[in-house]
Design a protein around this ligand. Structure first.
Ligand code: IMP
Ligand code: MG
Length: 179
């Protein structure tokens, strides 16, 4: 079993890179079919966690699109802090745009609601949301038609963009915390 130790805590490999890439390709195929008709679509990656997912997904998107990034954060350590803070706004105007938000993982759904809400406040014509990972057992949100590449158990994970207090984002596989 491959393991990594980050800030003194041990994580075991739970999803390998090949499975992740395959799941992202399948999601991209679905988005290519379902969202191809959007006029002037704008993908917005939520930093920092979505950078690898955004890169992998967008390589497989076949319709013309713009890509940008914004920063939000609601997580400290291994649990959601409950408040979603907007750290860095967007430079692009959202008014009248068809926005597709890219996020690393949906847990409670608070970030999904907050970012989607912000896009609507700024006058987006439509808001779609795509996450790399979804933990259905912790979800308390109301949106159930958002895109996701993989559903995963209720474990704290790092890798493929996801971090534990800043470490682990660079890992190509995903690792789960072992107590
Ligand atoms: P939510 O707002 O509760 O849905 O949490 C979503 C945010 O929490 C994500 O954007 C991640 O930054 C972070 N997060 C949730 N689960 C994990 C995890 O297992 N590992 C690392 N970060 C996570
Ligand atoms: Mg995040």
């Amino acid at each position: 079993m491959k393991t990594v130790t980050l800030h003194g805590r041990r994580f075991e490999r739970s999803i390998n890179h090949g499975e992740i890439v395959k799941a992202v390709e399948e999601l991209a195929e679905k988005i290519n079919v379902e969202l191809a008709g959007l006029e002037n679509p704008l993908f917005v990656g939520v930093l920092n966690g979505s950078f690898m997912f955004a890169a992998e997904l967008l390589k497989n998107i076949e319709f013309p699109c713009e890509v940008t990034f914004m920063r939000m954060n609601s997580y400290t350590g291994t649990s959601s802090s409950g408040t979603v803070e907007n750290i860095m706004g967007l430079k692009e105007s959202i008014e009248g745009r068809n926005v597709i938000i890219l996020e690393d993982i949906v847990e409670s759904g608070r970030t999904l609601d907050a970012v989607s809400g912000r896009m609507k406040d700024h006058g987006a014509s439509s808001v779609n949301f795509a996450a790399m990972f979804f933990k259905p057992s912790l979800y308390k949100g109301t949106a159930n038609n958002f895109y996701r590449a993989m559903e995963i158990p209720n474990d704290f994970v790092v890798g493929f963009g996801l971090d534990y207090n800043g470490l682990g984002r660079n890992l190509k596989d995903v690792y789960s915390l072992k107590e």
